[in-house]
Design a protein around this ligand. Structure first.
Ligand code: HEM
Length: 410
């Protein structure tokens, strides 16, 4: 087989293994970096922080195929490479036994069970809470001066919604949100990560205990009812699923709202268009999801056998990294991919993944974004980006979101 593997000579001398891993890789002009990979070597070998080899896929067709390729499996890890804190085994077990980290048949069972509780009706019932939360946050933004829309709006909104969905009592939300934001910060707060994960799992276990004694009309109570009625969901799987829902629905949706707000405010004509006609928001949100996708990599996969992508054989046992962000700027898939086009005719994007792990929360994320932008447009007609703002992306191996978004509202 002609492939590049650990300790082997690269296939072409012009394209050596990248020595710089990953975490640095995504700090700079990420679209330009990814474009150069896509154009020069769309299946790129990378040296991972743990010393292993990763293969980065950047073409739309490859990423789409890989997301649904049964030969590429999960390795039981939620957090990406190099960010695997040392955890006690029982804590580790409770973070990594959910549908996103496992393969069929466990995946099929877990997804079917959770989907039964995560119904359209349950999501629809959240509309008043999402609207009230957005309005409450907007009240705070309405004072004169500069405000950071990321920390004061884009992130508090989805975490409050998740707390509503899961039934986290109001009194616990402050510390819950603090731990969640450490876990979502990735490398920025890496030293605090193990403590936050241990605290979060402990908290979720207590919460499950409380809900078991006093069930409510929330998602955790619905999952407990399944577990206790003999459905096949272990206690660790239950705790791990709550942990997944929290993480999967927080950073991602926060980035969608943050990236979208930036794109809409960056050009005042876009913002006036939204204010004049908020009905175009669903289409515009799809373009935000494509153009500045909240997730830059699909979670990684492991090859169970040698697999060929492009003209490259990826050897069995390798880690495969799927860049959703790069796929979304592939001119082979989209006309004029580097243009943010609010009127773009819908074309399928990969922001929510593809195949069996396709995002379970996509309808909720779309709903939150629509309400967020509708309320901002209705309540803050004078919303503007701070003078001279240039975007800085948060250092993250997995996510794609802004560090801050300073705005004025009057
Ligand atoms: C899976 C993106 C919001 C729950 C995924 C995947 C992506 C994704 C790309 C697939 C990962 C893979 O194949 O490895 C997003 C984006 C969101 C968002 C961009 C917001 C804009 C949410 C929300 C929830 C959620 C709000 C729930 C509260 C999940 C779950 C999975 C998942 C449970 C795992 C599904 C499975 O493995 O079968 N999401 N997500 N997501 N997402 Fe989301």
């Amino acid at each position: 087989a002609h492939y590049v593997g650990i300790g082997m000579e690269p296939q072409t001398p012009q394209a050596p293994m990248q020595e710089e891993p990953f975490l640095g890789f995504f700090r700079g002009d990420v679209h330009r970096e990814l474009a150069s990979h896509r154009e020069q070597r769309p299946v790129t070998p990378l040296r991972l922080p743990d010393g292993g080899t990763g293969w980065l896929l950047t073409r739309h067709d490859d990423v789409r195929k890989a997301l649904a390729d049964p030969r590429l499996v999960k390795d039981g890890q939620l957090s990406p490479l190099g960010l695997r804190p040392q955890l006690p085994p029982d804590i580790y077990a409770a973070t990594a036994q959910n549908m996103l980290t496992v393969d069929p048949p466990d995946h099929t069972r877990l997804r079917r069970l959770i989907q039964g509780a995560f119904t359209a009706r349950r999501i629809g019932r959240l509309v008043p809470a999402i609207t009230a939360t957005a309005d409450h946050l907007i009240d705070e933004l309405s004072t004169p001066g500069s405000h950071d829309l990321i920390s004061k709006f884009a992130f508090p909104l989805p975490i409050t919604v998740i707390c509503e969905l899961l039934g986290v009592p109001a009194d616990d939300r402050g510390s819950f949100m603090e731990a969640a934001s450490i876990i979502a910060s990735g490398p920025n707060r890496i030293r605090e990560l193990p403590g936050a994960m241990i605290g979060m799992i402990g908290y979720i276990r207590d919460l499950v205990g409380n809900k078991r004694r006093h069930p409510g009309d929330d998602l955790i109570s619905a999952m407990i009812a399944m577990r206790d009625s003999g459905e096949q969901l272990t206690e660790d799987e239950l705790v791990s699923t709550v942990y997944l829902l929290l993480l999967a629905g927080y950073d991602t949706t926060g980035n969608l709202i943050g990236n979208g707000a930036w794109l809409l405010l960056d050009d005042p004509t876009r913002w006036s268009q939204i204010r004049a006609d908020p009905d175009q928001l669903p289409q515009v949100i799809e373009e935000v999801l494509r153009y500045e996708s909240p997730v830059q990599l699909g979670t990684h996969r492991k090859a169970t056998e040698d697999v060929t992508y492009g003209d490259q054989v990826i050897p069995a046992g390798s880690t495969v990294l799927l860049s959703i962000l790069a796929a979304h700027r592939d001119a082979g898939q989209y006309t004029d991919p580097d243009a943010f086009d609010m009127g773009r005719a819908w074309s399928p994007h990969l922001a929510f993944g593809h195949g069996i792990h396709h995002c379970l929360g996509a309808p909720l994320a779309r709903l939150e974004a629509r309400i967020a932008f509708t309320r901002l447009a209705a309540r803050l007609p004078g919303l503007r980006l701070a003078e001279g703002f240039t975007p800085r992306w948060r250092a993250s191996a997995l996510m794609h979101g802004l560090e801050e978004l300073p705005v004025t509202t009057s």
